[in-house]
Design a protein around this ligand. Structure first.
Ligand SMILES: NC(=O)C1=CN([C@@H]2O[C@H](COP(=O)(O)OP(=O)(O)OC[C@H]3O[C@@H](n4cnc5c(N)ncnc54)[C@H](O)[C@@H]3O)[C@@H](O)[C@H]2O)C=CC1
Ligand SMILES: O=C(O)[C@@H]1CCC=N1
Length: 279
């Protein structure tokens, strides 16, 4: 159980996924959840889904929360930092930014200097407890003390409640964004295309989508559980002269691997662009 209060500045898709996942996992109760948003519709949806309390201002949320997630889009971050920097108690709080591309240096500058600042890249499967997150700590984060875990331990506890978490150097955070931050969308495309293939050969849509999604889930679980190389697992499916090698040949001809690699590179590059100061 997490004993403090967690606030989300920006209560949209990712904030709702994280909060819902933490609630489902029993990490905290809804009365420990706070959110504020410039969109009342977004705030009301967050409250309806999570039961969390909506704060009318960043200042009020900051006073009440022990951990503050900055979960606005990168383009909105400068204004949030400016407001937050004017709240005197903000410097005492553990501030977790989930914004693509926004660097620790930008966060520190915007908040008025070093502090308990962490950069996290989660993804939306956190909603179902199957998230993939990475985090990078700023120099101002707290080490463990006699009566309190370290900030790294707190962040890891929060993230591991809703999936897996890896600590990485900040230099790799854009790559994490390009791979696992954006990655669920790549896989949704794959699932949808596999389902279309199933429909193309006569399966009802619902059956095709369920079988496609379960095949992706099962293959992923095989990689994670067996720790075998994906290529070895692929070979175990591929009978000589059988169906799978015919399908794999078509995928190779269609450039599947290159397309997926290029997707990660493009998304990583976009994260870097989002982290650049606006011109
Ligand atoms: N959607 C995803 O799969 C992931 C998103 N992220 C990051 O999470 C952040 C949020 O992304 P989403 O949830 O997808 O966006 P979203 O648009 O669903 O949510 C952002 C929310 O912030 C609110 N907002 C904007 N300016 C604000 C302000 N000054 N004060 C309070 N609230 C404000 C908006 O009204 C909106 O409700 C982004 O920085 C994104 O890079 C990170 C990982 C995955
Ligand atoms: O598309 C985006 O910019 C956000 C960050 C990672 C996933 N969604």
């Amino acid at each position: 159980m997490f004993s403090g209060k967690i606030g989300f500045i920006g209560s949209g898709q990712m904030a709702t996924a994280l909060a819902s996942g933490m609630l489902s996992a029993g990490l905290l109760q809804k009365d420990q959840l706070l959110a504020c948003d410039v969109s009342s519709a977004s705030a009301e949806k967050f409250a309806a889904v999570t039961g969390g309390q909506i704060c009318p201002s960043i200042a009020m949320l900051t006073e009440k929360a022990d951990v503050i997630f900055l979960s606005v889009k990168p383009q909105s971050m400068a204004g949030v930092l400016q407001t937050l920097s004017q709240v005197s108690t903000s410097r005492e709080k553990l501030i977790i930014s989930i914004a693509a591309g926004i660097t620790l240096a930008t966060l520190e500058a915007g908040l008025g200097g070093p502090g308990r600042i962490v950069r996290v890249m989660p993804n939306t499967p956190a909603l179902v407890g199957a998230g993939a997150s990475a985090f990078a700590l700023s120099q101002g984060t707290h080490a463990a003390s006699a009566n309190r875990p370290s900030d790294s331990q707190i962040v890891r506890q929060l993230l591991e409640t809703v999936g897996v978490a890896e600590e990485v150097p900040e230099s790799l955070m854009d790559a994490v964004t390009g791979l696992s931050g954006s990655g669920p969308a790549y896989v949704y495309q794959i699932i949808e295309a596999l389902s279309d293939g199933g429909v193309r050969v006569g399966l009802p849509r619902a059956t095709a989508t369920r079988l496609a999604a379960q095949t992706v889930l099962g293959a992923a679980q095989m990689v994670l559980s067996t720790k075998e190389h994906p290529g070895a697992l692929k070979d175990a499916v591929t009978s000589p002269g059988g169906t799978t090698i015919a399908g794999l040949h078509a995928l190779e001809s269609g450039g599947l691997r290159a397309a997926l690699m290029t997707a990660v590179v493009a998304a990583t590059q976009r994260a870097k662009e989002l982290g650049q100061p606006p011109r």
